[in-house]
Ligand binder design. Structure first.
Ligand code: AMP
Length: 392
C-alpha cells in the first residue's frame, strides 16, 4: 500500500528548502528526504538528501524566481512533489501579523490575510506567497497549511508585546512579535518528552544559527523573546545587526543620505558578525581566525547571548534551565562553553567533557542544567499540516 506523504516547504528570500514526510503506521510523520534550491535569482543549485542512506545529489539550477524553482522540483521524477501518496503541503510563513496566531488551512480568505501582513516581513512573506500560489495552480485538489514563526509568541504580556510608542502604531501592527517560533515550539515539546520537570519551569532557549534569537519559556509558553517587530532585533546575527539604537538609522539617513532600501540592505546583509569582523558571517570561519575583529565579533556574540539570558531570566523572575539549539548552538562546544562561563553566576557550571561530546546535558552536578537539543522546525510544520488535513 502506498503510504501517505506530506511536503514541507520553507521559502527564504533567495532559497527554497523542502522536506518530504511519510506518515508512519502510528500516525507520526517521518522525514523521507530533504533538500534546498539555493541562490534563486542567480546561478544557483539544487541539493537533495534522501534519509535512506542514498548519496546526496547536487545539480546546478538557475531559477529566476520561486515559481521556477518549484517547477524544477515538480519535474524531478523522484522529487518531493511527485511522491506517490502526496496529500498536501505545509509551509513556514515567517510573519502571521497580529491575527494569524495558529496554523491555518490556506483558502482564498487566509491567503488574503497572509498577503495583508506581508509588509511586516517584506523579504520573507512574499516568496512564501509565491510558492503557495504556484502550488495551488499546479495541485488545485491538494490542501496547503501555513504555519507562522510569530504564532508561538502571541501570548506575550503587553509589556513584552509593545514598544513605547503611541497606541495607534500598536493597533496598526507595530508590535514585538518574536520569531523562530516553530523552533521554540519544537524545543518546548522536546522538553516535555525528555525533561518534564524542566519543561514545567522557567527555561531560556537560545536559537543560535545564521539567524539568532532567544526565548523565555515559562511552563512551555513563550513569555518574551529577543526579537521584536522584525527578525532584525536582538542578538547579532550572521549578517543582521541585532538591536541597534534607532538613532544610528537617523544618522545613516541624515548624515549619509541613505534611503530606505539602502538602510534595509545594510541592516539585513552588511552587519552582524560579517560587518563587525570584516571577515565572514560564518561562525566556523570566525572561530578559526586570528584577526582581532573576528575575535571581537565572536566575543560580542557570546556577550550578547549571556546578556540576553540575564534579561530573559529577569522577565520570568528566575531561570531553571538553559537550552542551546540551531547551527551554532548544536555544533559549537566553544561558543556553548563561553556562554555558560558567563552564566556561572546564575548557577550553570559547565561540564567540559559533556560539552565536547555534544551533551545533551552540559552541566553535570551544576545547580541548574543546560542542554543541547537539536531543533526540527519542519517536523513541527509536518505535524500541524497532518492534523489540519485530517481534521477537515
Ligand atoms: P543555521 O542557520 O541554524 O543553519 O546555522 C548556521 C550557523 O551555524 C553558521 O554561522 C555556521 O557557521 C554555524 N555552524 C555550523 N557548524 C558549526 C560548528 N561546528 N562550529 C561553529 N559554528 C557552526
Amino acid at each position: 500500500m502506498t503510504s501517505r506523504c506530506l511536503c514541507v516547504l520553507n521559502a527564504g528570500s533567495s532559497s527554497l528548502k523542502f522536506a518530504l514526510y511519510r506518515v508512519m503506521p502510528d500516525g507520526a510523520p517521518r522525514r523521507a528526504l530533504s533538500g534546498e534550491v539555493e541562490r534563486i535569482g542567480e546561478k544557483g543549485r539544487l541539493l537533495i538528501a534522501p534519509t535512506d542512506g542514498a548519496a546526496p545529489r547536487e545539480t546546478p539550477l538557475a531559477a529566476r524566481d520561486h515559481a521556477e524553482a518549484l517547477a524544477a522540483l515538480a519535474a524531478l521524477p523522484d522529487g518531493p512533489l511527485t511522491a506517490p501518496g502526496l496529500e498536501g503541503f505545509g509551509h513556514r510563513v515567517v510573519h502571521g501579523g497580529p491575527t494569524l496566531t495558529t496554523p491555518v488551512l490556506v483558502d482564498t480568505a487566509a491567503l488574503a490575510q497572509i498577503e495583508a501582513v506581508s509588509p511586516l516581513a517584506p523579504l520573507h512573506n512574499p516568496p512564501a506567497i509565491t510558492v503557495l500560489k504556484a502550488l495551488a495552480a499546479r495541485f488545485p485538489a491538494l490542501p496547503q497549511v501555513a504555519c507562522f514563526d510569530t504564532a508561538f509568541h502571541r501570548g506575550h504580556p503587553a509589556v513584552a508585546d509593545r514598544f513605547a510608542i503611541p497606541d495607534e502604531f500598536y493597533q496598526a501592527g507595530v508590535r514585538r512579535y518574536g520569531f523562530h517560533g516553530l523552533s521554540y515550539e519544537y524545543i518546548a515539546g522536546a522538553l516535555v518528552a525528555h525533561y518534564p520537570a524542566v519543561a514545567a519551569g522557567r527555561v531560556v532557549v537560545a536559537h543560535l544559527g545564521n539567524g539568532a534569537s532567544m526565548c523565555a519559556l515559562a511552563n512551555g509558553h513563550s513569555v518574551d523573546s529577543s526579537m521584536g517587530f522584525t527578525a532584525l532585533d536582538g542578538l547579532p546575527m550572521g549578517t543582521r545587526s541585532g538591536s541597534l539604537d534607532p538613532g544610528v538609522i537617523l544618522w545613516l539617513q541624515q548624515q549619509k543620505g541613505w534611503n530606505g532600501d539602502r538602510v534595509e540592505h545594510f541592516l539585513y546583509e552588511e552587519c552582524g558578525l560579517k560587518g563587525l569582523s570584516g571577515v565572514s558571517n560564518d561562525m566556523r570561519t570566525l572561530l578559526a581566525s586570528e584577526a582581532p575583529l573576528a575575535q571581537l565579533a565572536v566575543e560580542y556574540f557570546v556577550y550578547h547571548v549571556a546578556r540576553t539570558a540575564g534579561a530573559l531570566a529577569a522577565s520570568m523572575g528566575g531561570i531553571d534551565a538553559f537550552v542551546f539549539t540551531a547551527g551554532i548552538g548544536e555544533r559549537s562546544p566553544e561558543i556553548r562553553a563561553r556562554v555558560l562561563q558567563r552564566l556561572e553566576w546564575l548557577g550553570f557550571t559547565l561540564d567540559d567533557a559533556a560539552n565536547q561530546q555534544g551533551g545533551p546535558c552540559l552541566t553535570t552536578g551544576s545547580a541548574r542544567p543546560a542542554y543541547v537539543i537539536p531543533t526540527d522546525e519542519e517536523l513541527v510544520i509536518a505535524r500541524h499540516t497532518l492534523a489540519l488535513i485530517d481534521a477537515r
